[in-house]
Design a protein around this ligand. Structure first.
Ligand SMILES: O=C(O)CCC(=O)C(=O)O
Ligand SMILES: [Fe+2]
Length: 298
């Protein structure tokens, strides 16, 4: 089974995996993901990140539910990754998002750029595991079969794809729970139009010894995984290695991300502080009022 999947991944650049988890586990993952999607992250509220128009982003999904870890470390997934990436791969990113309905080609055809292309001359391997949390009938992952490992990853202008026939494009539709693995050096995108919101997670595996491109270092994209202690029982030594236990190679001490909206941030902080002042000023009058109400029996 793993051999067949690896062969298909090698040939096409993308492969559909058999079901990896139970429907109970899937429900748990959906519920935890939905809970995060209800509100934007702010102050003490864990929620989604809003940095682009058409996606609500959730970083570090491994802390949300046991199921995400089980998918990421599934024995079949490990076998395929070992065969395709070699023994040094790790899980280097685990994030998900809700794509909002749109007719816009907001991401466009591309291959995923991640390594320092000046320092690395060959095309190092990277695989993503896409896992759907909703039924995906539109806005599926699209992948051009056999386009992997041909050139350094970059955005692919439409003009370069004029002689691509539709039978060369894999349209990865499927019910919630569907999982695909793809070589990220192949040409892919989210299909358009997106007719209904799509919720999916993308788990990213590569060898952390490979030097990263500057923009990902500056953003601290491949920070060591954030994990939930509650889910870490029963890990094998190999699971721990894949999760990067104790690996500080891409750790940045005291990292501070460049602020994109300093004015907005300052406004938010001032409003919050003003709210706290008002709350505090009204604390004693409110307490006196409710005491008076109690005494008057109302
Ligand atoms: O959202 C999609 O279907 C494509 C995502 C993608 O390009 C990626 O994760 O690299
Ligand atoms: Fe991509």
């Amino acid at each position: 089974m793993a051999q067949d999947l690896t062969n298909q991944l090698d040939r096409d650049g993308i492969v559909l995996l058999p079901p990896l988890i139970t429907s109970t586990q899937l429900r748990g993952m959906q519920q935890a993901f939905e809970a995060r999607l209800r509100r934007m992250a702010w102050n003490d509220t864990l929620g989604y990140e809003r940095t682009e128009m058409y996606r609500h982003m959730i970083q570090d999904v491994l802390i949300l539910d046991q199921g995400f870890l089980n998918v990421a470390l599934h024995p079949l997934v490990q076998q395929v990754l070992n065969a395709y990436l070699g023994p040094h791969f790790q899980l280097v990113e685990a994030k998900g998002w809700r794509s909002l309905p749109t007719k816009k080609d907001f991401h466009g055809w591309h291959a995923d750029a991640w390594y320092d292309q000046k320092a690395v001359s060959s095309i190092p391997r990277e695989v993503k595991l896409a896992f759907y949390l909703t039924d995906v009938r539109s806005g599926a992952l699209n992948y051009i079969k056999g386009s992997h490992r041909t050139q350094h990853p970059r955005p692919i202008p439409r003009g370069e794809l004029t002689n691509i026939s539709t039978d060369m494009i894999v349209e990865a539709t499927g019910p919630a729970g569907s999982a695909f693995m793809f070589d990220t050096s192949g040409t892919h995108r989210q299909a358009l139009p997106v007719l209904e919101p799509r919720q999916a997670v993308f788990l990213n595996y590569h060898d952390p010894a490979i030097p990263l491109q500057q923009e990902d270092i500056e953003y601290y994209r491949y920070h060591p995984l954030l994990l939930n202690a509650a889910f870490l029982d029963n890990l094998t030594r190999e699971d721990q290695r894949i999760l990067g236990f104790g690996d500080k190679r891409n750790y940045q001490h005291g990292f501070e991300r460049r602020r994109r909206h300093p004015m907005l941030e300052a406004m938010n902080r001032s409003l919050m502080e003003a709210t706290l002042h008002v709350d505090q000023a009204l604390y004693y009058p409110r307490r006196a009022l409710s005491k008076a109400r109690r005494l008057l029996g109302r």
